[in-house]
Ligand binder design. Structure first.
Ligand SMILES: [Ca+2]
Ligand SMILES: [Ca+2]
Length: 272
């Protein structure tokens, strides 16, 4: 019996030992599993972080690329703008060189900065300071109005003065004298006749004799029409005697002459 008891006890001890060992193994397994889970979790976290990072990076890259594209576009736009500005600057300076306005040229002449070219001698010039300006003397000049006298759509400058003063034209960056009153026999004025403006030179120097010469321009350097009319005594010595009336070399009646004169002198502007 004792032997049997010992065997049973041994078996029991063995079983207990086995179970204890098994328990310990199971715990170790659990610990290992827990550790593995933890590691897995960490890896997951790392992956998540990595993927988040890479997404952000990609986003950033995309955004940066987008903003780079925008920057390039805006640079290109600026480049175009710069070119446009340069072009318009070039155009402006060209315009200033070649298309300074008539009014600006007259202003420059009036303030003494530029001279005017003489109508009788294109190599001769004069400054406004060469003229007797704004004195009380009968033959002094003064700056008058600006009117389109040569029918080119731009104004000419009138310098009022002796015998009707002078009319100045501005073209090609220069100022030209184009009409000037030169004496009792050539008093300058202008009239409107048949829808155009004409320069007129009047001669009323002698009793019983009146002569008028008219010039029509289309641009002050382009004389397109002339007209002459006059009245004169048949007998110079008889101032009460009959008169002869002429238009462009052809004798006309008093009525025709009177009608012509009525039309023309109604519009005459004296520029003395
Ligand atoms: Ca004009
Ligand atoms: Ca003109």
């Amino acid at each position: 019996m004792n032997k049997h008891k010992k065997i049973i006890i041994l078996v029991c001890v063995l079983l207990i030992t086995l179970s204890i060992v098994a328990c310990g193994q199971a715990r170790e397994d659990e610990i290992v599993n827990v550790e593995e889970f933890a590691i897995g979790q960490q890896e997951n976290n790392v992956q998540t972080v990595e993927s988040t990072d890479s997404e952000i990076k990609e986003d950033k890259t995309v955004n940066q690329q987008g903003s780079n594209v925008q920057a390039v576009e805006s640079l290109e736009t600026k480049g175009d703008e710069t070119i446009d500005v340069e072009e318009s600057n070039t155009q402006e300076s060209e315009n200033i060189d070649s298309e300074i306005t008539a009014d600006e040229l007259f202003d420059l002449f009036i303030n003494g900065s530029i001279s005017a070219i003489s109508s009788t001698d294109l190599t001769s010039t004069f400054y406004i300071t060469d003229l007797n300006m704004d004195s009380e003397e009968w033959d002094s000049f003064s700056v008058g109005e600006r009117e389109d006298i040569d029918n080119d759509g731009e104004n000419e400058l009138i310098l009022r003065g002796p015998y009707g003063g002078m009319y100045l034209d501005a073209r090609d960056g220069k100022v030209y004298e184009f009409a000037v009153g030169e004496g009792d026999g050539l008093v300058l004025s202008y009239v409107v006749y048949n829808g155009s403006t004409w320069v007129m030179y009047s001669n009323r120097k002698h009793t019983g004799y009146e002569a008028y010469h008219m010039e029509k321009f289309e641009g002050a350097d382009n004389l397109v029409a002339e007209m002459n009319f006059n009245e004169e005594l048949l007998d110079e010595n008889n101032v009460e005697g009959e008169e002869k009336y002429t238009l462009n070399g052809t004798e006309i009646s008093y009525d025709e002459y009177y009608e012509l004169c009525s039309k023309i002198f109604a519009t005459e502007v004296n520029t003395n």
